[in-house]
Design a protein around this ligand. Structure first.
Ligand code: AMP
Ligand code: ZN
Ligand code: FE
Ligand code: FE
Length: 286
């Protein structure tokens, strides 16, 4: 188990477990420092910060933002920004609104394929959270149209599948700029998901201002990690690690902290955050 995990989802977006549960699980697994990186929201931070303070864990402000380069999904992780910044919160709200319209489109496509989902039910499942494809998957499962959340992605919702609807394209340059303007740094999430040319895309994102690479991701094999670590070194950027825990129970999923992220690399990442960020840990008033 690693001492740090900086890619985690909760019920504030499309994770299954509450922020408190996520922090408690992290502590039980031996994690000492973490970041909640819900999609387009910091709504889980306050609750997570209270749990982290109670258990003596360090919590770094975090968020995951979806952008696009060409046809490839490029997910960015923001860390250490000022979560109270108004412009940043407006940006997150705008991103979340884009997700609402997208769910309507996904539901329309699924209806064309004979699956009668109610948009209302999906929003009910999501509750206050940032709505995403996993909520649609759960609605499909509930109605018996698929046998599992994974099957919903494999047949309908996954990248390139019939009901995979893109939101309005966000340029990574703009996402990077807004995180930088608000005191944070930006890491490239699960880099291999960007496609076969992910090394070129990493170089491009570096030119656009990305500060680091999520090198120790979930189930990455040692060769992938070694390649990303040497690329980070060559480009002079930092390396992070995370499990991308959602609690959905998909086949490749890892438990919180169950990643091969060496302690010295966790420390190097934390040192980078300390040196670069406006808000390198969240303090909760006593
Ligand atoms: P969204 O933010 O709505 O695009 O949904 C992205 C989330 O869907 C990711 O964080 C994953 O949890 C999940 N997801 C995306 N693609 C797949 C897939 N092929 N299989 C399982 N889960 C997926
Ligand atoms: Zn997610
Ligand atoms: Fe992602
Ligand atoms: Fe994620």
């Amino acid at each position: 188990m690693a001492s740090g995990d900086f890619h985690l989802h909760s019920t504030a977006s499309d994770g299954v477990n509450s922020p408190t549960w996520v922090v408690e699980r992290a502590a039980a697994n031996g994690v000492r420092a973490l970041a909640l990186t819900d999609h387009d929201t910091t709504e889980g931070l306050r609750e997570a910060a209270e749990a982290a303070a109670r258990l003596g864990l360090r919590l770094i402000p975090g968020v995951e933002i979806s952008t696009e380069v060409g046809k490839a999904d490029v997910h960015l992780l923001g860390y250490g920004f000022d979560p109270g910044a108004r412009r940043l919160q407006e940006f997150f709200r705008w991103q979340r609104e884009g997700r609402l319209a997208r769910v309507e489109k996904i539901v329309a496509i699924l209806r064309e394929h004979g699956m009668a989902l109610e948009t209302r039910r999906i929003f009910e499942i999501a509750g206050e959270a940032t709505v995403g494809r996993p909520h649609v998957a759960r609605a499909l499962l509930e109605k018996g149209y698929v046998a599992s959340v994974q099957e919903a992605f494999d047949l309908w919702l996954g990248n390139g599948k019939p009901a995979d609807v893109n939101r309005e394209k966000l340029d990574p340059k703009d996402a990077i700029a807004i995180i930088h303007e608000n005191g944070g740094v930006v890491f490239i999430a699960h880099p291999t998901y960007m496609g076969d040319d992910y090394v070129e895309k990493i170089r491009l994102l570096r030119r656009l201002g990305a500060d680091g690479i999520e090198t120790y991701y979930k189930h990455y094999a040692a060769e992938i990690v070694a390649g990303l670590a040497s690329l980070a070194k060559e480009l002079g950027v930092a390396a992070s690690g995370g499990s991308d825990y959602h609690g959905l129970g998909n086949p490749d999923d890892r438990d919180i902290g169950d990643i091969s992220f060496p302690d010295e690399c966790v420390d190097a990442f934390l040192g980078f955050i300390d040196a670069q960020c406006a808000c390198s840990a969240i303090e909760v008033p006593a």
